[in-house]
Design a protein around this ligand. Structure first.
Ligand code: HEM
Ligand SMILES: CC(C)=CCC/C(C)=C/CC/C(C)=C/COP(=O)(O)OP(=O)(O)O
Length: 307
């Protein structure tokens, strides 16, 4: 009897942890983590000293909750197409681990919670800009742009690029030119980030009739666009130094990181081989993490070393 009860408890525990994992996956956690990181870097760069702790904690929480809600809405709206692509077939709404009712309630709960945290614990500008970002990604991109034009991810990339501006607004209550430079880095990074993956997965996108660039314009043209955007990214990544926002430590890191991205893009264009597009995609993620880390470290080096 006691072993029966014990195994009952174990079964219940594993069901709960499975359910928590399903909600976790509904939020695209790894993407949201990087989004939250770029928002936090925006907060740190907005001020010469330490970020006020309430802006840091509540700003991060609110932006994170709303980004997770946007990702959940994206999965709800895309569940049919997701079910037809190998890459997305394991998502909880496709496997049936979560149903629409549970997902709607969850997305609404965390979205409203995030909005309230930003409105009442941070400031109105951050709250409304974050709501516009959520609608931009979950509504405009997912519902309309994604199926309307191969420039979908270029225009929709504005939502993914917004978080450092949101972080900046959380601390200062304003948006200024330096925040827009951070926006520009992610905005120009998005096409090579996504099109590298889309080159690898072009057949899946064609099968579900989503007009991603490699489907509508072919692989060769997409590789050219990846290269052009990566050249542009190299230049844009120098702007924090050129504007005086960041110092030489950042400059050296940006040249190294962007230069290496260019090596990937040139190889992809002129010497493509199996697996290279996916490695370029993988590098794009490492790149964004590293360049925002470089911005952060550079910002605090004078503080730590007292210069
Ligand atoms: C419109 C803009 C964007 C598009 C279309 C896009 C598209 C994608 C796609 C399709 C994946 C593959 C997911 C998978 O197969 O698991 C992915 C992965 C990823 N993206 Fe993006 N992305 C965009 C913007 C961003 C932004 C702004 C960030 C972060 C700041 C980001 C961070 C990541 C990360 C970390 C992954 C890896 C996720 C994982 O390993 O599960 N992306 N992106
Ligand atoms: C602060 C805030 C509200 C931010 C929201 C912005 C946000 C969550 C951007 C994510 C970008 C992204 C993962 C796009 C891929 O969608 P997809 O549908 O093309 O990719 P998929 O096929 O993997 O689902």
């Amino acid at each position: 009897m006691s072993s029966g009860t014990g195994s009952g408890v174990a079964v219940a525990r594993s069901a709960i942890s499975q359910r928590l994992n399903d909600y976790y996956e509904l939020c695209k956690p790894r993407v949201v983590l990087l989004i939250v990181f770029t928002a936090m870097v925006g907060m740190f760069l907005a001020t010469p000293g330490m970020v006020p702790i309430d802006a840091l904690l509540f700003g991060t929480l609110g932006i994170g909750l709303m980004a997770a809600s946007a990702a959940a809405v994206n999965q709800m709206l895309d569940r049919k197409a997701d079910g037809r692509m190998a890459r997305t077939r394991g998502r909880p709404l496709v496997t049936g681990h979560l149903d629409m009712g549970q997902s709607v309630r969850f997305a609404l709960a965390i979205g409203v919670a995030g909005m309230l945290v930003l409105l009442f614990m941070v400031n109105a500008l951050t709250a409304w800009l974050t709501l516009v970002t959520l609608i931009g990604y979950a509504g405009v991109y997912t519902v309309y742009l994604k199926r309307a034009t191969p420039q979908n991810i270029v225009i929709g990339g504005a939502a993914g690029a917004a978080p450092p501006v949101l972080g900046w607004a959380a601390v200062t209550g304003t948006v200024d030119a330096d925040a827009l430079i951070l926006f520009l880095i992610i905005f120009i990074w998005t096409p090579p980030h996504f099109w590298a993956l889309a080159i690898e997965r072009h057949r899946e996108y064609a099968e579900v009739d989503i007009p991603m660039l490699p489907v509508t314009h072919g692989l060769e043209y997409t590789r050219t666009q990846v290269l052009l955007y990566t050249v542009l990214l190299f230049l844009v990544s120098l702007l924090p130094f050129a504007s005086g926002m960041s110092g030489p430590l950042y400059l050296v890191s940006a040249i190294g990181l962007s230069g290496w991205f260019l090596v990937y893009a040139v190889r992809l264009k002129y010497w493509p081989k199996p697996g290279l597009a996916m490695r370029t995609f993988g590098y794009s993620i490492l790149y964004l993490m590293a360049i925002f880390t470089a911005l952060l470290v550079d910002h605090y080096v004078p503080v730590v070393f007292g210069s």
